[in-house]
Design a protein around this ligand. Structure first.
Ligand code: APR
Ligand code: PHB
Length: 410
């Protein structure tokens, strides 16, 4: 059996694990990342694509924003559409110049993997039977099989960055965690289409037939979503039926509609809100989807993973440089303040823009009034805008040795 020694064992090479690994590297802290999928699988997995201003600033300050700055699409505003009309919300104007950037999560992951490999610090793909042990001791272990051999990593700390279905959260003994959950009675059918985006900004629509979202990935690829039942088989949706429904829900009275093109990817995702607290057990720290998930309506998942690992990197840096343990002790509480605000925002976006099977006529009229108020009050638009571009990170970039100058993507 091979035995490796490191400071921080990181389980999962999604955005949380890869970002943490590089933040630690920049601070001279060693880590080993263990991922159970292949490199191609991790890179090709289609996920969300909206980066908050703070996430963009973090990636650029970490030196991994070069392609993001070249290829990312900066959006200063978005549209909310209901009752046949699109209403513009100028987020940059309402937030003193902040914006979001559309750049696929898989592109972020690709850039982070390239960066990790250039540091020559270990990253194992296709690890089998990953487990975490001795979490209460001062030397917790990550075990796995790789290329037919058994491996054991002896760590000072373990970061559980292995997503909602990972092994880290279930390794915490029963009774330690309190979980909070809401499962929504709908899911999203998402497509990627070879079609030039017909709007330069996102359009969130509440239609009689349900929610729809217009987004994009590049000047030639449109990304669209439709509300469907949560367990809807994708085979029920031939391409023509998808386009018919997308156009029915999104076309506005002024004639705006998404451009139609060849569908190159499609799938259905269920939606839930979930939080596990505390985000720590002994020397295991949970970050990102391993600790919480949000419905995608607020586009917060990846951004919360980024803010968690910033808080964790600050605490680990203070531990290694000054033997401080107070920031490790505060990790969960500091993260959860931002997590719960993002949960609330995602829940509000979701319940305001979707049609629920058990809603009453009253509920629907209230939704319309909510959207009417939102799009006609500068105060309400400012509230949406400041949350959509991202509430402040709980700790500054300077706390992990990075410059905190805000950046602009073209
Ligand atoms: N062992 C090792 N790795 C694992 C294991 C395991 N047992 N189980 C899961 N993983 C890996 C997954 O294959 C994945 O690459 O952990 C990684 C977790 O990555 P994500 O699910 O992307 O989660 P996270 O890094 O927290 O990023 C959050 O992802 O789900 C989206 O919307 C979410 O955008 C948000 C982001
Ligand atoms: C996306 O482009 O994939 C996207 C955009 C906004 C969301 C969710 C997903 O709220």
């Amino acid at each position: 059996m091979s035995v490796l020694r490191t400071q921080v064992g990181i389980v999962g090479a999604g955005p949380a694990g890869l970002l943490l690994g590089h933040l630690l590297h920049l601070n001279g802290i060693d880590s080993v990342i263990v991922e159970n999928r292949s490199r191609d699988y991790v890179i090709d997995r289609v996920r969300a694509g909206v980066l908050e201003q703070g996430t963009v600033d973090l990636l650029i300050a970490m030196g991994v924003g070069e392609r993001l700055q070249r290829e990312g699409l900066r959006h200063d505003g978005l549209y909310i559409s209901f009752s046949g009309h699109r209403h513009h919300i100028d987020m940059a104007d309402l937030t003193g110049g902040k914006a979001i950037t559309v750049y696929g999560q898989n592109e972020v992951v690709k850039d982070l993997i390239d960066t990790r490999l250039s540091t020559a610090r270990p990253l194992f793909f296709e690890a089998e039977d990953v487990s975490v042990e001795a979490l209460e001791s001062s030397s917790p272990l990550v075990r796995f099989r790789h290329d037919g051999a058994d491996h054991e990593i002896r760590c000072d700390f373990i970061a559980g960055c292995d997503g909602f279905h990972g092994v880290c959260r279930p390794s915490i003994p029963e009774g330690v965690l309190t979980t909070y959950e809401r499962v929504y009675p709908f899911g999203w059918l998402g497509i990627l289409a070879e079609a030039a985006p017909s709007s330069t900004e996102l359009v969130y629509t509440l239609h009689q037939r349900g929610f729809a979202l217009f987004s994009m990935r590049s000047p030639t690829i449109t990304r669209l979503y439709l509300q469907v039942p949560p367990d809807e088989p994708i085979d029920n949706w031939p391409d023509e039926a998808i386009w018919e429904e997308m156009l029915a829900r999104m076309t506005t009275r002024d004639g705006w509609m998404p451009s139609v093109g060849r569908i190159v990817q499609k799938g259905v995702t269920p939606m839930r809100s979930f939080v596990a607290t505390p985000m720590r057990y002994g020397r295991l720290f949970l970050a990102g989807d391993a600790a919480h998930i949000v419905p995608p309506t607020g586009a917060k998942g990846l951004n919360l993973a980024a803010s968690d690992v910033l808080v964790l990197a600050r605490a680990l840096k203070a531990y290694y440089e000054h033997r401080r343990t107070d920031w490790l002790d505060e990790y969960s509480n500091v993260c959860l303040r931002r997590v719960w605000k993002a949960q609330r925002f995602s829940w509000w976006m979701t319940t305001t823009l979707h049609r629920s099977p058990d809603e009453t006529a009253f509920d629907h009229q209230r939704q319309i009034a909510d959207l009417d108020y939102l799009t006609s009050s500068r105060a309400a638009m400012t509230s949406l805008a400041e949350q959509y571009v991202g509430l402040p990170m709980e700790v500054g970039l300077d706390s992990v040795g990075l410059s905190s100058t805000p950046h602009r993507v073209s």
